[in-house]
Write a protein that binds this ligand. Structure first.
Ligand SMILES: Cc1cc2nc3c(=O)[nH]c(=O)nc-3n(C[C@H](O)[C@H](O)[C@H](O)COP(=O)(O)O)c2cc1C
Length: 279
């Protein structure tokens, strides 16, 4: 069975949510190996000069309001991504200061300008990710003529990442548009199937951190040792590897002791040694 977002065919409907720190290339590749339908990068500024490894052919999420920056960035990376997403949900203080992410939502004109530019610069699918606000429905109705799907994380800016996800609000978004709707917010093993009765796709965020096996249907485990091989291949920095090691100890028997040992680790080899004891 294949599932479509625009002209992109996906093997299943469970996606890795965009997450800035956790979604390095090694982690995304591991999620893909485990069976994830599509991996997202965290949000990327089109003006940043950071080196991007996109071997998993991810959905690349852009943010900001530089139309010119977006155009040239898309030209540079279009062949390397599966899909382009635009962030309209970031609630951070920096986004507030710069008028980015969720703080752009009062400015439909700028959003439309950006989406028009994104549409004109790729044949790949274009999507947006929004939060719950009193502008959301206006935005998705306007955006529908430019985009191929919309992702809704039905929490307000004020809620950040906690508090109840407004399922009924997400259903309102679904009702308002004819394009696929991706549901985000507290998706886990227990509720995936139920949510997929109402929505076209789901994204798994925090539950996937340190737990790529959530995407595995076979019961096969995808552990830190496999992550580390990929992290080495891509030359990821020690700090990132240690951070991911911490993530992989989540919910593991003896996890607390592992984390305590990891705090003092100074090299990737030390991290490997500590995590190796957990096999
Ligand atoms: C560490 C972290 C980083 C995140 N970074 C992004 C991001 O870069 N772009 C984005 O649209 N959402 C980001 N999110 C939000 C997630 O994509 C997701 O919508 C949210 O966490 C709710 O889903 P969950 O309950 O499954 O985690 C981030 C969330 C977390 C926890």
């Amino acid at each position: 069975m294949e599932y479509k977002i625009g002209n992109l065919s996906l093997k299943n409907r469970v996606l890795l949510a965009p997450m800035l720190e956790p979604n390095d290339v090694a982690f995304r590749l591991l999620c893909k190996r485990a069976g994830c339908g599509l991996t997202y990068t965290g949000m990327v500024s089109p003006l940043s000069k950071q080196k991007l490894d996109l071997d998993d052919k991810p959905a690349l999420q852009l943010f900001g309001n530089s139309v010119r920056g977006i155009k040239s960035f898309m030209k540079k990376y279009d062949s390397k991504v599966s899909l382009w997403d635009f962030n309209l949900g970031c609630p951070s203080k920096l986004s507030r200061k710069l008028g980015h992410g969720a703080f752009m939502c009062g400015d439909l004109k700028t959003i439309e300008k950006i989406l028009r530019a994104m549409r004109a610069n790729t044949r790949k699918p274009v999507t947006i990710k929004i939060r719950k606000s009193d502008r959301s429905l206006d935005i998705v109705r306007m955006a529908e003529s430019y985009i191929d799907a919309v992702c809704v994380h039905a929490r307000t800016i004020g809620q950040g990442y906690s508090g109840e996800v407004d399922y009924d609000f997400a259903l309102k978004v679904k009702k308002a548009v004819g394009i696929p709707v991706i549901f985000s917010g507290d998706v886990d093993e227990m509720n995936i199937e139920k949510i997929l009765e109402d929505f076209d796709f789901v994204m798994v965020g925090r539950v996937a951190i340190g737990n790529p096996s959530i995407f595995s249907k076979s019961g096969k485990k995808f552990g830190f040792d496999e992550y580390l091989k990929l992290a080495r291949k891509y030359g990821l920095f020690f700090r990132q590897v240690k951070y991911q090691a911490m993530n992989f100890t989540k919910g593991v028997v003896g996890g607390k002791e592992l984390r305590r040992a990891l705090v003092g680790a100074k090299t990737i080899e030390e991290v490997e040694g500590i995590m190796g004891k957990n096999k």
